[in-house]
Design a protein around this ligand. Structure first.
Ligand SMILES: Cc1ncc(COP(=O)(O)O)c(C=O)c1O
Length: 395
């Protein structure tokens, strides 16, 4: 019997997006045993995605948002391919330098930086920094003389699955005053940055945001600021539950919209994180328990050995909906509430929209959570409830 009849909006059982033979990560997982949740990521897949993105981005340079997946092997492969990097902290800068990037390849994109980290970046040849406030400009003037600064602007990004509004950026009305403030302190404002919001599935969603930024760009230039760096941020999507547009076509659509509004800009940079690495990795995990809360409970509860605190933080608010494969796919399914293993009631992955999983699913079964290469290992806690951080294998 299928238990899903009364559960509107529940997900259908996942079907594999790619045959195992064409998916080296799936083939690797299938050929091995794992004793704890493990993210397996393919370097070749990251590089193929990088190539697709740069084909669509044309003149724009990729600064990979390291926070999405800081595996050293991935950073090295991207260095060798000619990528640049968006670092959020001294730790990420050290990582990129250790993997062969130079200071000139790295932008320090966090608008909230420790003064000592600014000095470290400056000492290691980084000249491009983000700022969104007077106080941050003061820090840059003091600790990174000669810094080139792009101002991060708040934009509306309600169409993103994982919005990044509010915390970063200044209001549009603050941009010109900040440019003047920086000039008075000898800090060179070279451009603007924004983020349309992570996992923006439709490239047309960029248009109103680009309109807002282009108006500021024109106003800044009219006021005598030599703007020459346009930082498009991230937002490039990955296929999760729903298939998204290919990376090359998506990037090309964004660039067409950029060029229509900005014309020729000396340096355009994009900071893909998710769109570069998410599809390159899957997590292999295990079912720990399948149970019901009562005899007439319509849902089964399925508890995995991975949860909100051990790598799947982006299920918060059920924002990112991963596809889950099981050994029983194709069999009869029912609605499940999916949860993690920790003793924390926030550790529920999908409940508002339950997941349809096979009725045969049982304790000990392996599950493969697809397209988990971004924001999993880097979000995994260290030792919460005694669970180790997510294991990462780069193939
Ligand atoms: C400054 C900055 N750039 C780029 C990114 C990457 O965004 P995405 O993963 O959507 O590509 C982020 C994500 O938080 C960010 O904060």
């Amino acid at each position: 019997m299928t238990m899903n009849a009364t559960i509107p909006g529940a997900l259908r059982a996942a079907t594999p997006v790619m045959p195992a033979a064409a998916d080296p990560v799936a083939a690797f997982i299938a050929s091995r045993q794992f004793d704890r949740p493990t993210l397996v990521v393919s370097r070749d897949r990251v590089i193929a995605q990088y190539d697709a993105l740069i084909a669509g981005l044309g003149e724009a340079r990729v600064h990979y948002a390291v926070k999405a997946n800081p595996a050293p092997e991935i950073i090295r492969a991207l260095v060798e391919r000619g990528a640049r990097f968006d670092a959020a902290s001294r730790g990420e800068i050290e990582l990129c330098l250790a993997q062969g990037a130079t200071g000139a390849d790295i932008s320090f994109g966090n608008t909230i930086k420790k003064p000592a980290d600014i000095a470290y970046a400056h000492a290691h040849g980084i000249t491009l920094f983000a700022a969104d406030s007077e106080a941050e400009i003061d820090k840059l003037a003091a600790h990174a003389p000669g810094a080139r600064v792009y101002l991060r602007v708040i934009v509306e990004n309600s169409e993103a699955d994982w919005p990044l509004s509010r915390k970063f950026g200044c209001a549009r009305s603050a941009v010109l005053p900040l440019m003047s403030y920086a000039r008075e302190r000898g800090v060179e404002v070279v451009g603007l940055s924004f983020h349309v919001g992570s996992q923006t599935r439709n490239p047309a969603s960029w248009n109103p945001v680009l309109d807002q930024i282009a108006a500021l760009w024109d106003a800044g230039r009219a006021a005598g600021f030599d703007l020459n760096v346009l930082n498009l941020g991230g937002g490039f999507p990955a296929t999760y539950e729903d298939e998204v547009m290919g990376a090359e076509s998506y990037a090309a659509a964004v660039m067409e919209a950029v060029i229509q509004r900005f014309g020729a800009v000396p340096y355009i940079m994009a900071e893909p994180g998710r769109g570069l690495v998410a599809e390159a990795g899957h997590i292999v995990a295990e079912v720990l328990l399948v149970s019901r809360k009562s005899a007439d409970d319509l849902h089964r509860w399925v508890y995995l050995d991975i949860g909100m605190f051990s790598g799947l933080a982006e299920t918060m608010g059920e924002a990112i909906r991963y596809r889950i494969e099981t050994p029983h796919d194709g069999g009869e399914t029912g609605a499940c509430i999916l949860a993690g293993p920790s003793c924390d009631s926030a550790d529920i992955l999908y409940e508002q929209r339950p997941v349809m999983l096979p009725l045969a699913l049982a304790c000990g079964n392996r599950v493969v959570i697809r397209h988990c290469g971004a924001y999993t290992s880097s979000y995994s806690s260290v030792g919460f409830n005694g669970f180790p951080p997510l294991d990462v294998v780069v193939i």
